[in-house]
Ligand binder design. Structure first.
Ligand code: DI6
Ligand code: FE
Length: 396
């Protein structure tokens, strides 16, 4: 496959966007073989090729943080809150994470898969090549495993890659109320062992927050992940400062996610650990949060920033990575280039993937062709999808 007369944002280090005008990309065997000025195309790749008409080609977007496997929805809760109900009244009416846990426990694997495919399809329509999918709405061994099996099954139903994260430490279920440590030792750790043993886990995650688990309660989960040879990541400093970012850095986490209340010192720890800061503007927007992540500190310390939908039924019912990019710019003041890096190069890094996220020889041919001429247009528009072609592993 030879794509010619294109504007290519390689997202490799170097000039802004790694931009190459009047470019060509050669693809063979599912990999990128050559990219550069069309005038420099080696004879060995000379072919009529396909004229892109100057359209923009980027690495295929990657959504590195989703909860798309879950039962039920929280639309009624959304309505109650807008009718003036407090979080407490919503909780008393059975709302919140517990309502999703109940619906997930009642759902079959096939129902969980069918539900997830709705959101996977929305992301694939925007060219997405990799989707990270978490467990965490089962909170018992069997349902956590069923969630992860449904996540893995997405790959057999769609041309997309799935990376799974075990999130047994997402919330304390009602039957363990007030006994977080007991839940971790009696349910979470056995579920992790069984899920890892079944090859269902690519990374281990947790929710470090006052309404979930303390850093001390998460540590045994991360110790077990380390013993199993699994990387970790963490929902950290979303609603308050609980020391989650430091915990993630201490374990060399792939990423710390949300990070609204992360401090400059925490950012330095992430930089030293080589961890990615994953920004989730969908939750910030839905919860009317006002504390923005320390983007200036991440820039100053060289902490790579990723962007993801956090697609979940409660705090971020968002299934558009393009809208996430716009929110990252408008709400968090990212530049359009940082937003595009956030869903390509840095999103791959947040998942520990070294074979995608950048257009360079040897990388997977996961490409998105957009009916735009300049990369900034991808973050600029609100609710508009200019994708005109998706190439996944060289096909498409
Ligand atoms: N942070 C969140 O905002 C979601 N989970 C998490 O760890 C909330 C999930 C939900 O509201 O269903
Ligand atoms: Fe999340």
């Amino acid at each position: 496959m030879l794509l010619r007369n294109a504007t290519v944002a390689t997202m490799a280090d170097g000039p802004a966007y790694g931009l190459i005008e009047d470019a060509a990309v050669a693809v063979e065997g599912g990999l990128i073989r050559w990219v550069g000025l069309e005038s420099d195309l080696p004879d060995s790749y000379a072919a009529p090729g396909e004229d892109m008409g100057g359209r923009l080609i980027t690495p295929a977007p990657i959504d590195c943080h989703t909860h798309i496997v879950h039962g039920g929805d929280r639309a009624r809760e959304f309505e109650m809150r807008l009718e003036g109900a407090s979080y407490e009244e919503v909780a008393r009416a059975g709302g919140g994470i517990v309502s999703t846990v109940r619906a997930t426990r009642e759902a079959s694997e096939a129902e969980l898969l069918a539900g997830a495919l709705r959101f996977a399809d929305a992301l694939i329509a925007e060219g997405v090549s990799v989707i990270e999918v978490k467990s965490g709405y089962g909170l018992d061994v069997e349902t956590e495993l069923r969630m992860l099996r449904a996540a893995r099954a997405i790959e057999s139903m769609r041309p997309v890659r799935v990376r799974t994260s075990f999130l047994g430490a997402h919330a304390v279920p009602a039957e363990y109320e007030g006994r977080a440590a007991a839940y971790v030792s009696e349910v979470c750790l056995p579920a992790l062992e069984q899920a890892a043993g079944a090859g269902l886990v690519d990374a281990v995650d947790g929710f470090c927050e006052t309404i979930a688990f303390s850093a001390e309660e998460i540590a045994p989960v991360f110790d077990r992940a380390r013993a199993l040879g699994l990387p970790v990541k963490l929902h950290a400093e979303q609603l308050s400062h609980q020391g989650g970012t430091r915990l993630a850095a201490r374990y060399g986490a792939l990423s710390a996610d949300h990070v609204e209340y992360t401090t400059e010192e925490d950012a330095a720890a992430l930089a030293d650990a080589g961890s990615v800061a994953v920004l989730l503007p969908g939750a910030f927007y839905t919860l009317h949060e006002t504390q923005r992540p320390p983007v200036a500190a991440f820039r100053a310390r060289g902490v790579p920033m990723a962007l993801a939908t956090d697609c979940n039924p409660g705090s971020s019912p968002l299934a558009s990575l393009l809208l996430t990019m716009n929110m990252g710019c408008t709400l968090f003041r990212l530049t359009p280039e940082e937003a595009l890096a956030g869903v390509t190069r840095n999103a791959a890094k947040a998942l520990g993937l070294a074979d995608t996220g950048v257009i360079a020889p040897g990388m997977r041919a996961d490409l998105a062709v957009w009916d735009v001429r300049q990369p900034a247009e991808l973050a600029y528009r609100i609710g508009y999808n200019p994708l005109c072609r998706r190439i996944f592993g060289g096909d498409g």
